[in-house]
Design a binder for this molecule. Structure first.
Ligand SMILES: [Zn+2]
Length: 188
């Protein structure tokens, strides 16, 4: 709903915050159960960046050593690469998934469906925590008809209690906190 959004910052400032967030995300403290989702609509391109503690998605934050661990990562990969079922957009906007990129310092890129990294993946943080960074890109034939994005991460994964959303469009910007009971972003 419209009222979920607080008018916050001028567009340029919000854009700058998104940009700096992308640069420093790996070094911010993370809170288990809480995810961050940056959403940007630029012309026909809808971009979503999810930054989440890995534990929210697979239940652990170490390398996938056992067959069970690998199975959990594979299941996560399959779910997130089918992003049209995770981020459900207004049908009349005709948004089609264009690309998915998954990255975690703790996980082998191949397990995430990515081409092998040129250099070995960095180890998990010294404190034993690790994040998942995921980029999703959609192309919307009618972006002006995009009114809502339902975020089904809460259904797909047990580990999310809340997701902090920052949204920027050509017209407006805002912030919202999603929960299992209120899982939709209203696009202003
Ligand atoms: Zn952690």
């Amino acid at each position: 709903m419209y009222s979920h959004f607080r008018k916050t910052l001028p567009l340029a400032v919000a854009a700058a915050l998104l940009f700096s967030a992308a640069l420093v995300h790996a070094h911010e403290a993370h809170v288990h159960g809480v995810g961050k989702l940056d959403v940007a609509l630029d012309g026909q391109t809808l971009s979503l960046h999810l930054d989440s503690p890995l534990v929210n998605l697979v239940g652990f934050e170490h390398a996938a050593n056992s067959a069970k661990d690998k199975q959990a990562v594979q299941a996560m990969t399959n779910t997130l690469r089918n992003a049209g079922a995770v981020f459900v957009t207004s049908p009349s906007a005709e948004c089609k998934l264009n690309g998915v990129k998954l990255e975690s310092a703790a996980l082998d890129p191949a397990l995430l469906g990515e081409a092998a990294a040129a250099k070995p993946a960095a180890q998990a943080d010294h404190d034993g925590h690790a994040d998942l960074d995921a980029d999703f890109t959609f192309r919307c034939a009618h972006p002006e008809r995009l009114q809502k994005i339902e975020v089904r991460l809460f259904d797909a994964f047990k580990g999310f209690n809340s997701i902090d959303v920052q949204l920027v469009t050509g017209k407006r910007q805002g912030a919202a906190k999603l929960t299992p009971a209120a899982n939709s972003i209203t696009v202003p």
